[in-house]
Design a protein around this ligand. Structure first.
Ligand code: BJ8
Length: 383
């Protein structure tokens, strides 16, 4: 499917990334500050409260990997190499326009890459605790949120007032609630959209910078899908095997996984990973002290860099039931050790629930597309 084939309710999100390049340049021309980030742990409410624009940086193509490998080891996660490659070549307009780049000490590769990035970009690294349940972790992360607030205020010459941060929290919560309402439409049997269409909206929504406008468009998209379902439109055969995707972030070239599933009689009903459900399930408590509420919310994200990572397991168990899942496909990126090791725990969880499970490892090349199609096709056939 090309972007131009998208039904109109998905169209505006289909080319949002491309349009976002123009939009971010316009915003810079208007004097807006831009903050680039790489990860779901980044508390973007702080940037919005400071009047800055928050952008997700380019990390999903192999285009700049050869350049990155002049510095980074070849046997490293492609997401890290791509991120660094886009920075070093200045081929990512979002990176180019960023006044500040915020990263976190998530996996080893990322935190070491940030050191190199700091040599030529303005980088702030948050010290992310690696466990979620103890008070010391909670206190550390809270202090890191406050340290980021100070950095943003100093960098942009602003003071974030209580009303600013509360408004930013409200807006982001609204966006998350709308995204949740959107992807939960696929709990229906059959779902009202394919997984490829769902992904266009989830990924595309990251490149719309006016949140109020984005929320309006999300509302329209949801309403159109609901209206179509109400008149009995069936876009996906009811017999399609319902697949939940988990693992590393998936977009760009790794959409080959979605294509392999959906060309083999499956339909992706949900994305548990950082492109879909994981970043949107939790809300920031609007009644609590804002910075404490932000810190507590972000620290609960179930990424494999946490030990133990019970929150991912709890979320997966719930999603399998809620989305009436027939099978779970995990995608790990080559040399992502935390997700690769955690595969054993996810497999065990699925075995206990009698849920078919497969884990595939890939990178940002297209050379394994046929092999993935064979493996995922066989998986769907045996469900
Ligand atoms: S919250 S998933 S966005 S860290 S794939 S770079 S973990 S070696 S991307 Fe991630 Fe934040 Fe977690 Fe989400 Fe390292 Fe693994 Fe590469 Fe990864």
């Amino acid at each position: 499917m090309t972007l131009h084939d998208l039904p109109d309710q998905f169209e505006s999100f289909g080319d949002a990334r491309k349009q976002g390049f123009i939009a971010v340049k316009d915003l810079k021309d208007q004097g807006k500050k831009v903050v680039g980030n790489f990860c779901t742990y980044t508390p973007v409410e702080l940037f919005l409260a400071a009047g800055a624009v928050s952008v997700g940086l380019c990390a999903f193509s192999d285009e700049t990997i050869p350049e990155a490998e002049k510095v980074l080891p070849g046997n490293m996660c492609p997401l890290i190499k791509a991120s660094y490659g886009f920075a070093v070549t200045d081929k990512c307009p979002y990176m180019y326009f960023s006044d500040l780049i915020v990263g976190e000490t998530t996996c080893d590769g990322k935190k070491k890459m940030y050191e190199l990035l700091s040599d030529f970009k303005n980088v702030h690294v948050m010290q992310l605790p690696q466990t979620q349940k103890d008070e010391a972790s909670r206190a550390l992360w809270y202090s890191e949120v406050l340290r980021l607030k100070e950095r943003v205020e100093e960098e942009f010459g602003v003071t974030i007032a209580e009303d600013d941060i509360k408004r930013a929290i409200r807006l982001k919560n609204e966006e998350r609630e709308l995204l949740k309402e959107f992807y939960e439409l696929s709990r229906a049997v059959p779902p009202p959209m394919t997984g490829a269409e769902q992904l266009k909206v989830l990924y595309g929504s990251q490149f719309k910078f006016d949140i109020e406008e984005k929320n309006k468009e999300l509302r329209e998209t949801i309403d159109k899908l609901k209206a179509e379902a109400a008149v009995g439109a069936e876009k996906v055969p009811a017999s399609s095997k319902r697949i939940l995707i988990t693992g590393c972030p998936l977009a760009g070239v790794t959409e080959k996984i979605v294509a392999a599933i959906e060309e083999s009689g499956g339909v992706v009903v949900g994305y548990e990973n950082c492109i879909g459900i994981k970043p949107n399930e939790l809300l920031v408590d609007e009644e609590a002290e804002p910075y404490r509420a932000i810190a507590d919310r972000y620290l609960q994200i179930g990424c494999s860099v946490m030990t133990p990572n019970d929150n991912r397991m709890a979320l997966l168990s719930r999603l399998v039931k809620d989305f009436k899942v027939d099978g779970v496909v995990e995608m790990t990126l080559q040399a992502c050790h935390t997700y690769a090791v955690e595969t054993a725990a996810v497999r065990c969880l699925m075995q206990k629930g009698n849920v078919p499970f497969i884990s595939v490892e890939t990178d940002y090349s297209t050379s394994d597309a046929a092999q993935l199609k064979t493996r995922l096709g066989a998986f769907i056939e045996m469900i």
